[in-house]
Ligand binder design. Structure first.
Ligand code: ATP
Length: 500
């Protein structure tokens, strides 16, 4: 590929971070490869560091410059060299303890909708992989199966779904142990009555081991809040439908914050930027990408229409249409892939908009009267899938196979003990009940009413032999009632315990 011009979606180059297109020769004479962004290499690696075999970047990979978004920018002087060396070492350590997630020929079916017989295919023979230190974006039209793929990878498919195929963690078929993965769902799972600091603080106490000092847990929670840009609303309640609290986008950021506390090796994000404006989306995603790079976290995120800048943060792209792979590979190569197949991205159009527009079949009929002559989405999907199978998927399989060789089992992280969890959850429940005025006062009124009725029924029961029986009945009735009332809150408490 020619060294210039820049790709049409590229932002204006900054003086500290010149942009390079994939395959563009670098100053050192090597070519860039964002998909191998874990790979410190060439000029600097040959001086300071050579990635060990087995790591991405090992052996042949050393011919690639680590140049991806937010990666190594050209700096001058001894300080710059030192900084680059540190960055390289951090990335290498991160890669060596991360999770290589591979899925091969993955299919998922669910009962057919509308009472029809048989099963509907939701995902159809998907293969791919995600690597430590990198962000893999799952994109595709609404209903194409992004959440289902995330659920399958995270081992959280609903019971009515059936899965076929392999999901390997570092090449091994094993379950995700505690603390190794976290999942930020589309739904808001936060307690409306808690403030941001409390919500994150309680989660820190529940997730982090008892051996960690309380001050450190608090410091971690505060750091996470700051990292997600929530310092200004730290003391504001989360809120919900009834009482207004923080905004929907801020709630999403709190959910991400909570999941990042235990520094999971594998992070699944379902629509992490929904409800966020473009600046907030960029900040959130760039922080996640930064943490992934720093801690060697493997991130798989289902995203809807990322902005150009957010798209630039992705290392890999998995583009789905109707449960099948249209494209899997470096995010930066997708535009060339569409171009090569006759669907070039118009100048100044956001590439992700272009991809989704080309493969969305849902609104074709309403566009029939339109004067815009565009190929039908079904044909585009067919062409791209054909091209991907003949070219791309071969490479994907090769990379997946290389990934499978790692073979290191995951070590579960230590967590809070059962006693600590019970104590923290009880405390949180009490705070929640106390602040939830409807819940609290309604119960209070009910108890007063019950007390009055019992008091009236058993008023002046005397002190003869029959009154002993009456007192026993009253005690029995009261204790049964209190037990039943308490059991009402039990299922949610158990769910909370399971969720931790
Ligand atoms: N438990 C289920 N039982 C039956 N069908 C399901 C189930 N879960 C998902 N589906 C179907 O699978 C398809 C893909 O759903 P999924 O939620 O994975 O899509 P998506 O790409 O994440 O959509 P969106 O971007 O709108 O969130 C949909 O047609 C949906 O109706």
């Amino acid at each position: 590929m020619a060294a210039s011009p820049l790709p049409r979606w590229a932002p204006t180059p900054s003086p500290t971070r010149p942009l390079r297109t994939p395959g563009t020769p670098t100053a050192g004479g090597a070519t860039t490869s964002p998909w191998r962004s874990c790979v410190p290499s060439i000029t600097f690696s040959s001086i300071f560091f050579r990635a060990p075999r087995g790591l991405p970047g090992g052996s042949h990979d050393v011919d690639h410059q680590y140049s991806h978004h937010g990666g190594i920018a050209p700096l001058d002087g001894v300080e710059a060299v030192q900084r680059r060396q540190d960055e390289i070492m951090t990335t290498a350590t991160a890669c060596s303890r991360g999770v290589f997630l591979t899925w091969d020929d993955l299919s998922v079916t669910a009962p057919a909708a509308g009472g029809r017989k048989g099963r509907a295919v939701i995902l159809d023979g998907l293969s791919g992989h995600a690597r430590p230190g990198e962000v893999l974006a799952l994109m595709g039209p609404s209903g194409c199966g992004k959440t289902t793929l995330l659920d399958a990878l995270a081992g959280r498919l609903s019971p009515n779904m059936k899965m076929r195929g392999d999901i390997l963690i570092n090449g091994l078929r094993e379950k995700l142990a505690f603390g190794t993965s976290a999942y930020v769902t589309q739904e808001n799972m936060l307690m409306a009555t808690l403030t941001v600091t409390e919500a994150v603080g309680y989660s820190a106490q529940l997730q982090l081991p008892d051996s960690m000092p309380v001050a450190e847990k608090r410091a971690r929670a505060d750091r996470a809040i700051k990292q997600m840009g929530l310092a200004a609303v730290a003391d504001v309640r989360i809120g919900g439908r009834v009482c207004k609290g923080i905004s929907g986008g801020q709630r999403k950021r709190v959910s991400i914050c909570v999941e990042l506390l235990a520094s999971p090796a594998l992070l699944f994000l379902d629509e992490p930027t929904s409800g966020l404006d473009s600046a907030a989306s960029y900040h959130v995603m760039s922080r996640i990408a930064g943490l992934a790079r720093r801690d060697g976290m493997t991130v798989v995120a289902a995203v809807h229409q990322p902005s150009t800048e957010v798209f630039e943060l992705f290392h890999g792209l998995c583009l789905l249409a109707s449960g099948r792979t249209v494209y899997f590979g470096p995010a930066s190569d997708a535009i060339d892939f569409f171009d090569a197949n006759g669907f070039p991205c118009p100048l100044r159009r956001n590439p992700s908009d272009h991809f989704l527009r080309m493969i969305n079949k849902d609104f074709e009929e309403s566009e029939e009267g339109s004067t815009i002559v565009s190929p039908r989405a079904a044909e585009v999907i067919q062409t791209l899938m054909g091209s991907f199978i003949s070219r791309g998927s071969l490479r994907t399989e090769k990379e997946a196979r290389a990934t499978i060789k790692k073979g290191t089992s995951l070590i579960p992280q230590r967590q809070a003990t059962f006693l600590t969890k019970t104590f923290v959850l009880t405390k949180r429940s009490i705070v929640n009940m106390h602040r939830d005025t409807g819940y609290y006062w309604l119960r209070f009124v009910i108890y007063i009413a019950i007390c009055l009725s019992i008091g009236t029924i058993f008023f002046n029961i005397g002190s003869n032999f029959a009154s002993i029986q009456a007192r026993a009945s009253m005690l029995m009735f009261t204790s049964t009632l209190l037990t039943m009332m308490a059991i009402g809150g039990f299922p949610s408490f158990v769910e909370d315990m399971k969720g931790q």
